[in-house]
Design a protein around this ligand. Structure first.
Ligand SMILES: [Fe+2]
Length: 522
């Protein structure tokens, strides 16, 4: 550990996805005194030191003010989704349970328009009608209002992708919601791929195959609440399912993300696990089971899943996969990894306090030697000791093949004044050389997860633009969209879209080039 990475810095970064909720997303929640203090310190929200406020503003901003010049080869749409509580969250609930609010920056010939809309899913519509929360606790169906029996609990607040002409808003406990790519109108609140989706759930982190463009995805708790079944499947870009497999996990833990190489599927089970006693007490779905093992599971792509092998490993958390590949000899998976629970608002099963040092994530390489018939262990190598952070991204054209460039929101790895609040930065990581280029955000700004837009379909890896929302803590969360040349992020923004207001917070975002968008409606 670098001496400069003190406890204060750890606390800043360990919030990971929570911090990325940004301006409005983390406002309406009650995470408990300790987590609340940390969220207020590191996340610019309108609730700082005050009663949480709701946001709920659906916006249209035409021809946004721009500082600098939008590059002429940046045409398409940047979509984001995040939780935006429709009504105040129930005491004890967590910020991940706000309703999905999708936003979109559309770029056309140097002009930028902004639009945001809630996902009109079954939960939103029912609560809107009732004028109150009907799903009061994160993934606990036993405390739901009886009126919502049979409705999908999906908030669709986690990730957003495009597939087969539709915008799919995702939440891992339910099927996607399909939306219109231009208007953000909800077209189908429970989208089951024309009846092909067998799983009750659908991950927030599908992968696009680097060669075929197929979408590989999975659902866990796939046969219903708290079941140990995982369904993995692959769809063509035209929406036809080409294979699926069923596997059983060693225990029911959060499978937030997974890895797909050209030949293998990897599932990684962490001890943020289903807690039945807590559910019966009216609490949330998960607790952190300290001391429990992880499992690295892998099986052949295109098979039935019966060849799955599980390798036991030490207690760790891994949330997001940056990149992965196999070369016939090894499977390699690069993930954000921490020694323990990365989320301050997820309960510790043993009642201990959340530990911000153990909860801090670093980019870590997991590997399995395929030459061994029955591998007994998997390798764990920290890629960057001095970079802490969560929500890594890559050039998404390299989802399933060897890659060399990654992007990561992180605190300043080399702060001039360590006593000051850590700056919010983006790192561009050159993985083969283990070097990084840093963009330092303005003081008192929090940078959300970044998204990469290639300069063209055939541009080299990492050649294009990196964009992310910057929330100004001193301006009540007012937001900008920062656009960087992805090869020279240390030179600062090539353009900044200046918004007049805060906007809905984000967990994940997605770039769609103009050529893949439907024609604009009159
Ligand atoms: Fe995620």
């Amino acid at each position: 550990m670098s001496e400069k990475l003190d406890r204060r810095t750890f606390m800043g970064t360990a919030l990971g996805a929570a911090a990325s909720l940004g301006a409005a997303g983390a406002a309406a929640q009650a995470p408990g005194p300790m987590a609340s203090d940390m969220l207020n310190r590191y996340v610019p929200t309108p609730s700082q030191g005050k009663k949480p406020q709701l946001f709920r503003a659906e916006l249209d901003i035409r021809d946004c003010e721009v500082e600098g010049k939008i590059p002429s080869d940046l045409n398409g749409a940047f979509y984001r989704t995040g939780p935006d509580a429709q009504y105040p969250l129930a005491p004890g609930n967590i910020p991940f349970d706000g309703e999905g609010h999708v936003s979109m920056f559309t770029f056309a010939n140097g002009r930028v328009d902004f639009k945001s809309r809630f996902v009109r899913n079954e939960r939103y519509v029912a609560q809107d009608k009732a004028g109150k929360i009907l799903f009061p606790m994160y993934r606990n169906p036993y405390v739901n209002d009886p009126s919502v029996k049979g409705l999908s609990r999906g908030t669709h607040n986690t990730h957003i992708i495009h597939h087969n002409g539709k915008l799919l808003a995702l939440k891992e406990d339910s099927p996607p919601a399909a939306m219109d790519l231009r208007t953000l109108e909800t077209l189908d609140p429970v989208y089951r791929f024309d009846g092909q989706l067998q799983s009750e759930t659908f991950t927030a982190h599908p992968k696009i195959d680097s060669v075929t463009g197929n979408m590989i995805a999975f659902g866990y708790e796939a046969k219903g609440f708290a079941t140990d079944d995982v369904n993995v499947f692959e769809y063509t870009p035209q929406g036809k399912k080409v294979w699926d497999a069923w596997v059983k996990v060693p225990y029911v833990g959060m499978l937030h993300d997974f890895a797909v190489t050209q030949n293998y599927v990897v599932l990684y089970v962490i001890p943020l696990a289903y807690d039945e006693a807590q559910i019966k007490r009216g609490g949330i779905h998960w607790s952190w089971y300290g001391g429990q093992p992880t499992y690295f599971g892998f099986f052949r792509r295109g098979g039935d899943g019966k060849d799955v092998r599980w390798i036991k490993g030490p207690e760790r958390s891994a949330t997001h996969v940056m990149g992965c590949f196999d070369d016939g000899k090894r499977i390699v998976v690069d993930v954000e990894m921490s020694a323990s629970n990365p989320f301050p608002f997820m309960p510790m099963r043993d009642g201990s306090h959340w530990d911000p040092v153990k909860g801090a994530s670093r980019m870590t390489r997991l590997s399995v030697d395929l030459s061994k018939k029955t591998p007994k262990e998997y390798g764990i190598e920290v890629l960057y000791q001095n970079l802490l952070g969560a929500l890594p991204r890559i050039d998404d054209r390299y989802n399933t093949v060897p890659y060399s460039v990654g992007f990561l929101p992180c605190p300043d790895p080399d702060p001039k004044d360590p006593a000051k609040r850590p700056s919010s930065c983006y790192a561009r990581m050159d993985i083969p050389t283990r070097t990084a280029q840093i963009y330092r955000g303005e003081e008192d700004v929090t940078l959300a997860e970044a998204c990469f837009a290639p300069r063209s379909k055939t541009a080299p890896e990492g050649s294009g633009y990196l964009m992310g929302v910057a929330s100004h803590g001193k301006e009540n969360g007012r937001c900008d969209l920062v656009i960087l040349d992805a090869q020279h992020i240390d030179q600062g923004p090539v353009a900044t879209v200046k918004l007049p207001t805060k906007i809905v917070g984000q967990i994940h975002g997605w770039w769609v080039p103009e050529a893949e968008l439907p024609p604009k409606k009159a």
